[in-house]
Design a protein around this ligand. Structure first.
Ligand SMILES: Cc1ncc(C[n+]2csc(CCOP(=O)(O)OP(=O)(O)O)c2C)c(N)n1
Ligand SMILES: O=c1ccn([C@@H]2O[C@H](COP(=O)(O)O)[C@@H](O)[C@H]2O)c(=O)[nH]1
Length: 297
């Protein structure tokens, strides 16, 4: 075969590859979000829980269950101190039932030395992540991924327990971590990543179609909030179903329209089609005691 023939053949192969890639990327992706898989401890779902450096504000019963049923438990730096406080505040009989963290990670500038030593002695694995160009949260997810690869397991969900109060740099930094999970493939692409803050869950909606199962309580409790926020980029086109204030092929953009204080219309599912990435956040009242006085619909 002469050189021209070889070049022709390679070009044809490249064309086929290019057409296949284009076809694959033009297929709209559809994501199904069923948070009951971890909020209600449904069996057969693998998830990891991380405790970030904020007070744990969810109900004790909820945290006990989600923590003990997790496949992997990580305390991130000062998160370890909050976890210890949480356990010490439980009735004595419950304290012994709490599983230990599998990993304690971080640059260790917030955890106290005595707490770190105490849990190392109890057998928890401590991983020092000193890099100062990434947050301890981001680095903890890298360690989580290493753990999954080493142990040949794949998580369905990863839930980081934080708070949307206090330091605004940390609040936005945590959203940045959600973006890094996708952009830098910090986790397996099928693993869904959430931030749980007080009585809400936040996650990223990538361009495509999304079907979110709405827990019964979020539909029933009057004024349960949800939001669609174009944090990382302008979202040129958004269409929704299942919200009180639906969008119809509209643009979401800071300085123009941002969908905060939206709520559900009672449908079992919310459907969202978005051309660009959005931050989705929703209230799940039973996670905390704060809104227990809210009216039922
Ligand atoms: C451009 C730039 N800005 C800021 C920093 C500093 N920085 C970014 S992430 C990080 C580590 C933060 O650690 P974390 O434990 O997540 O938060 P802390 O409570 O220690 O502030 C630091 C110091 C940087 N490396 N580069
Ligand atoms: O106010 C805060 C402080 C921290 N976080 C998150 O927790 C981790 C660990 O924090 P350390 O201060 O290093 O213990 C940090 O990376 C943040 O993701 C927070 O959400 N709010």
């Amino acid at each position: 075969m002469d050189t021209n023939n070889v070049i022709n053949k390679v070009q044809k192969l490249l064309n086929v590859f290019y057409v296949q890639q284009k076809a694959a990327s033009s297929v709209t992706k559809c994501w199904k979000w069923n948070i009951n898989e971890f909020t209600n401890n449904q069996v057969n779902h693998r998830y990891a829980v991380l405790i970030l450096n904020r007070t744990i504000s969810q109900k004790q019963e909820f945290i006990k269950k989600i923590w003990n049923n997790a496949t992997l438990r990580i305390a991130v730096d000062g998160g370890m101190v909050h976890w210890e406080k949480f356990v010490n505040n439980l009735p004595v009989i419950d304290q012994t039932t709490m599983k230990l963290p599998d990993l304690i990670t971080g640059d260790f500038d917030s955890i106290t030395e005595d707490v770190l030593e105490k849990y190392k002695t109890k057998g928890c694995k401590a991983i020092h992540t000193p890099d100062q160009d990434h947050t301890d949260f981001t680095k903890a997810l890298k360690e989580l991924n290493n753990y999954c690869i080493d142990n040949e397991i794949q998580m369905d969900h990863v839930i980081a327990i934080a708070q949307s109060s206090g330091r605004i740099d940390q609040i936005l930094g945590n959203i940045q971590t959600l973006y890094l999970v996708r952009e830098e493939r910090l986790l397996h692409p099928e693993t869904k990543m959430y931030i749980m803050s007080d009585d809400s869950l936040t996650w990223l909606l990538s361009p495509g179609d999304h079907i979110i199962d709405i827990p019964e309580e979020s539909r029933r409790v009057k004024g349960c909030w949800c939001a669609l926020i174009p944090v990382g980029e302008v979202c040129e086109r958004v269409t929704t179903n299942g919200l009180k204030w639906n969008l119809d092929n509209q643009q979401l953009k800071f300085g123009r329209l941002v969908s905060t204080s939206n709520t559900f219309d009672g449908s079992e599912q919310v459907k969202i089609k978005c051309s660009h990435t959005l931050v989705w956040a929703m209230e799940i009242p039973s996670l905390t005691n704060v809104h227990s006085d809210k009216e039922n619909c």
